[in-house]
Every structure is written in C-alpha cells, then in structure tokens.
Design a protein around this ligand. Structure first.
Ligand code: SAH
Length: 374
C-alpha cells in the first residue's frame, strides 16, 4: 500500500477519531486514547499506543492507518541557535519549519511578558522557544521582496501537515507543552489566510490536543481582509499580525500586488474592526527596504495609517536573497524610522534576524539546500 493510500490519523479531531474508533467496532473512549497518543504523547506509530489493546493496534497498522508523521529531510543549524528543517510529506512536496530557541518571532519584543521568571526551566538552555510553521507549499501572494514568492504556490497543507511540522520539531527538541513554554508563529511559507480552514483546524488541535495556549500563537497575513473578519469571530484564535510593508497604496501595490485586491482602506478597516482581547495588541510588520519604503516621510505616513488601532509595529530590515532586487537599509536608517514611530506614540520594535546565515530568516524560506547540511 502506498503512503498516499493510507488513512492518516494526524490532523483528525477528537470527534473524528471517536467516529473512526466506533466505525471499527471499538468503544468511543478509544477515540480519546488515540487523540492523547497523537497530540499529547506524540507517538510515532500506532504500535506505540500502549493504552490500546494490541489487537486494535495491529488492526490499525494492518488496515492502512498511519500516524502520518512528516519526514525531517534536512536540517540546517545557524550560529545563533536557530534550526531550519526541511520537512517532506507523502507526495514528495516539502516545506520549511524553523526552530528559534530564545526566539519570540518578534512578538514579545515589547517586554509585556517579562517577569515570568518562575516559568524558567532548570537544565534547559532556552526559556522561550518559537516554532515558525508553514501553511502552504510555496506561496501565491507574490510579494516582491520575499524568496518564497519565487516558488509560486504548489498546494495547501492539510491541518495534519501543519500540526505534524510542530509535533516533529517538539519531539526532536524534546519539548513538552504545556509545562514547557513554546510559541508558534504561522509565519513560514505560504499565506495562512489562503488556507484558512486547515489553518484554523490546526490551531484547535494545537490548543486542545498538543497543549499550546492560543495566547502563545500568532498568525501573520499579507492582508486577506475578509479572513481578518473571520478570525475575529473565532472562539479560539491566535494573535494577529498584518504584513503592512508600505505606508501608502501606490507603494504597497508595487511591493505587494495583493494590495490591488484589498487596498489599505479595506485592510485598515478590517484591522480597526478586529476585536482585541484584554491587553492584546495587533502587530503590524513592516519590512524596511533601503530607499524604497524607509524614509522619514514613510514613517510619518505609517503613524497616520495605524492611528487609532491598539497596535505595535515590528520592523524587519530586509533579509537579502538571490533574485531579490532590494537592499537592506543601514542600521541608522532603521533606528531613525523606529524613532519617528515611538516619538509619535506608536510602539515599534526591530525584529532581530534569526538564522540569516542558513536562509531561515523572514522571507528567506525557499527550500534552499545550497548551505552545508548538518
Ligand atoms: N504570508 C504571510 C505569512 C508569512 S510571514 C505574511 O505575509 O504575513 C513572513 C513575514 O516576513 C512577513 O511579514 C513578510 O512581510 C516578511 N518578509 C518577507 N520577505 C522578507 C525579507 N526578504 N526580509 C524580511 N522580511 C521579509
């Protein structure tokens, strides 16, 4: 039986697993046992599910049920501790998933989470790690400064493939949520809001199954405005980041063609309407491109644009890559841009590039293997 003909368990909800168990003549509680084994214990094959009778385990394996673990095909380790994983699926497609020890994806850069000393774990060389996960193979959005765009979109990932990336990395790094603290950012390859159903299903499995609180997750969108409203209506949802990257429509349409479909007026209307929780802030990401969108004028426009939204701005100096026709601004220009925002009362933080040396940083995920694999 080929991999693709197998029934994959990873990605199924508690309800679906219960139905499956019952369909196989098992009591309903076997569904819960499967669920716990998949997401909490993260077993790698049905054989390891020790809570199930041996007979049922064998039945699952003999009848083409597989857990459906993605394969870690390659691993690139950065000098800064970041690890970029190339993760492959049954049909031969692959995506990238990034592990950042001490990394917060730039989301906690405002110090609001400081003081969590008691959460520090002894014997671990990080106290807050972040996993950056992909939602599609490639990307359809075509942002002019992003390497993933050069791939085009190959296909959507299933919820199981999204959760699978995270489970695989948790196991490799021996992380046990919820006791050990880990953040998830949906900021890898792809546009999560163009694969909304799988993305949100993955979120539910991560919260309820794996045990990662929704408050430790952030989803970033290039600006699919209708889905911003949908996310706001979800009972369970990550925090929201919007990739703004330009301070006016003319510039944004040039850098991000998707702006022609949902322009700044529509995007900012959705952002203003987004129902923030207590103490929650929206994040705007802004990739700084030298002499393109990083002038004093741009900073002032940006201040006006985000006025009235409880938000912070994460500035990202361009991570360069082959085929990208923009330059990284000098540090002083970045600092000047940040200063204008903060002086106007807009909290702004500069996102530290992670794993640039291994093509793991923002906008660099492209399945690049031309660096030495470890
Ligand atoms: N498609 C979603 C999720 C990806 S998040 C989105 O666009 O939001 C990736 C983040 O990296 C986005 O904020 C994007 O604007 C930024 N980015 C893309 N290319 C980059 C580059 N070359 N250097 C720095 N940041 C980049």
């Amino acid at each position: 039986m080929s991999e693709t003909e197998k029934t994959v368990l990873l990605g199924l909800t508690l309800q679906e697993l219960t139905g499956l168990a019952e369909g196989l003549g098992q009591p309903a509680y076997r569904g819960r046992q499967l669920y716990e084994a998949l997401y909490r214990q993260r077993i790698e094959s049905a054989e390891q599910i020790s809570t199930l009778p041996q007979e049922f385990r064998s039945h699952l394996m003999d009848n083409g049920f597989s857990v459906g673990w993605p394969k870690i095909e390659k691993k690139f380790a950065s000098a800064d501790g970041t690890v970029r994983y190339l993760i492959g699926f049954a049909d031969g497609q692959s995506v990238e998933t990034v592990w950042m020890p001490e990394g917060d994806g730039g989301e906690a850069g405002d110090g609001t989470e400081a003081g969590d000393e008691e959460e520090k774990q002894a014997g671990k060389n990080w106290d807050r790690a972040t996993i950056c996960v992909s939602s599609q193979v490639g990307c359809a959005v075509d942002c002019q400064f992003c390497l993933t765009a050069l791939l085009g979109v190959k296909r959507n990932l299933t919820a199981g493939e999204i959760v699978g990336q995270i489970c695989a990395v948790l196991n490799l790094q021996r992380v046990l949520p919820p006791q050990q603290r880990v953040n998830v950012v949906f900021m890898g390859m792809g546009e999560p809001f163009l694969n909304y159903d799988s993305f949100i299903k993955a979120v539910r499995l991560l919260v309820e199954g794996v045990g990662i609180p929704e408050s430790r997750m952030t989803v970033s969108t290039a600006g699919i405005a209708p889905r911003i409203y949908d996310l706001g209506a979800e009972p369970m949802r990550p925090k929201l980041a919007i990739s703004l990257n330009a301070s006016n429509d003319e510039l944004r349409s040039r850098l991000m063609p998707i702006n022609r479909k949902w322009n700044l007026e529509k995007l900012m209307a959705a952002a203003r309407d987004f129902p923030l929780r207590n103490r929650e802030r929206l994040t705007f990401e802004y990739v700084l491109l030298d002499e393109v969108n990083d002038s004093v004028e741009n900073a002032r426009e940006l201040v006006e644009l985000v006025r009235g939204v409880r938000a912070k701005v994460n500035l990202i100096a361009l991570n360069p890559g082959p085929g990208i026709a923009f330059q990284t601004p000098a540090e002083e220009r970045v600092a000047q841009f940040q200063k204008i925002l903060t002086a106007a009362g807009v909290p702004a933080f500069v996102r530290r590039p992670r794993g640039r040396d291994i093509y793991a940083a923002c906008g660099q995920l492209k399945g690049t293997v031309e660096v030495t694999a470890s």
